[in-house]
Design a protein around this ligand. Structure first.
Ligand SMILES: [Zn+2]
Ligand SMILES: [Zn+2]
Length: 135
């Protein structure tokens, strides 16, 4: 059984590919509905207004947007994690995504070149991964 601490309420819960427990998930879904309804009514509301009206911290709204689960509207933006340019969804702006993706592809190529015949250890980090830590 995989047990983890809920990212929202901090309680232990049975992990099932989610970061938060079922209670928080239910609350979150209800919150999304409330936020969406609020945006339908107040189309041009700012993030601060939504946060205040619905009593949701701005950081939470941003996190939901970064996770792509909530889109507040084109007029609401928050900074790209990499360069700080305003974005509306996800964690980074498109130019940064492109850069990071090509960096990752390059790193993966370097890694597989380095790994060479040690490729059999793809069982995952959980089991015996400590055996081949040296790069
Ligand atoms: Zn929770
Ligand atoms: Zn960026």
């Amino acid at each position: 059984m995989d047990i983890a601490y809920c990212a929202d309420c901090g309680r232990l819960f049975q992990k099932s590919g989610l970061l938060i427990c079922k209670d928080c998930l239910r609350k979150q879904d209800a919150l999304f509905e409330t936020v969406k309804a609020y945006i339908r009514e107040h189309g041009q509301a700012s993030m601060a207004e939504i946060s205040e009206a619905l009593d949701v911290p701005v950081e939470k709204l941003i996190r939901y947007m970064q996770e792509g689960r909530l889109i507040l509207g084109k007029h609401i933006d928050y900074p790209c994690e990499r360069c700080g340019n305003p974005i509306h969804t996800g964690r980074m702006c498109e130019p940064c995504m492109t850069i990071v993706q090509s960096d990752m592809a390059k790193a993966a190529r370097d890694l597989s070149a380095l790994a060479g015949d040690a490729r059999r250890t793809d069982a995952g980090a959980g089991t015996g991964g400590y055996r081949s830590r040296r790069l």
